[in-house]
Design a protein around this ligand. Sequence first.
Ligand code: SF4
Length: 446
Amino acid sequence: MDQRSVRDILAGKTYFIRTFGCQMNQHDSERVSGLLDSYGCLMALDPAHADIVVFMTCCVREAADTRLYGQCNSCKSLPPSPSGKRVVAVGGCIAQRDGEGLLTNVDNVNVIFGTHSIAHVAELIAEAFRDGKRHIRTNEHEDTDAMSMPWHRETQYHAWVPIMTGCNNFCTYCVIPYTRGRIRSLPLDEMARQAAHLAAEGYRELVLTGIEIASYGRDLPGALTLADAVETVAAAAPQMRLRLGSLEPTVITEDFCRRAAATGRVCRHFHLSLQSGCDRTLARMNRKYSTAEFLVCVERLRRYFPGCALTADMITGFPGETEEEFEDTIKLIEHVRYDALFTFIFSPRGGTPAAKMEDPTPKEEKNRRFDRLCEVQNRISLEIHQNYIGKTMLVLVDGKDGDQLTARTEGGRLVRMHGDDALIGQFVHAKITGCTTWSLVGELAE
Ligand code: SF4
């Protein structure tokens, strides 16, 4: 179908997108949104008011499939859409993995598009409106330059810059290398162009993101690394705060820390993927570092970025995890003292090696370990937050929750405080007056 026909069909239609899972999915949703906007569609805040309902799926989170089926089925009971016809589309990792197979669990999906087919979503949806048939596209490889697609950004204060996609690591529990393919990095000149454009548009903070940004540049000529990407963006977008997405410990070298710190712009918050504090478990996960190497990375980061906040993902109940292995994880957490952890109970993903491993630990025992892990981390998070009380911190006000403003510190901590809506999008100083385990309470400082 040509672009003009797509526009004729889609112009004026309303769309709603629900995103599950990771930052990469949120970024893809912004692309889908930008594409639909460019054909004259209008965003709706409720699926009941939408002609097009899009679900961007993630297959990393537990029970993601069941949640998706529930969401799709709930579309059947929505009131008629404004145009009288509704198209339900499913994208993201589950769509890429299952393709047509999705239809064995849901019967009201009109469009299925994989992670490499986002550029075609408008066309697929238009086809579904025109002929009422199902349209499915789940290519194995990217079939367009995703970086050149239009983009609807969710906020005007911070913007994601996807600097790479794909992953070559093949951790045994992860489906991403199978659904998102191998590493593809954004060339530095294009990265600089995007960063300069975002700076000119008035964004305050850029987040360098991707599936596994530590591997940035491995597919490009010239032995480029993440340090080159950081320096490029820092030079192209002066005065903007830079955040880095999730990092694999292997990237935290002396060279990286020295060069990133020298820009003076990288936020002192690092999400260092760990997953387990036990070497035997890490080996079964096919992670590429030991706990001793990990601790060297933590020491390096704290030396180059004093006072930096550290967060990590942690999996409990990985197949074969013994009580002793679990206790190693607890010891490491107590030693590192993360600001926060994102904790998960292992959930097998079809087609991954971990899904075939012996897993004799009962579910109740896994739940107990998970609760204990959360209990230990919550205590540490609260203690760290209590240390902020009385301090004045520079924060970026990024929105509102109820009658309070929400803001983020350089370390990524959420601060709630009262203040004028006009402060949204501004850097202000906040005096921290209280805290909970998960957030800080502040007031505007003089
Ligand atoms: Fe998955 Fe491991 Fe790659 Fe992360 S590094 S995306 S967990 S395979």
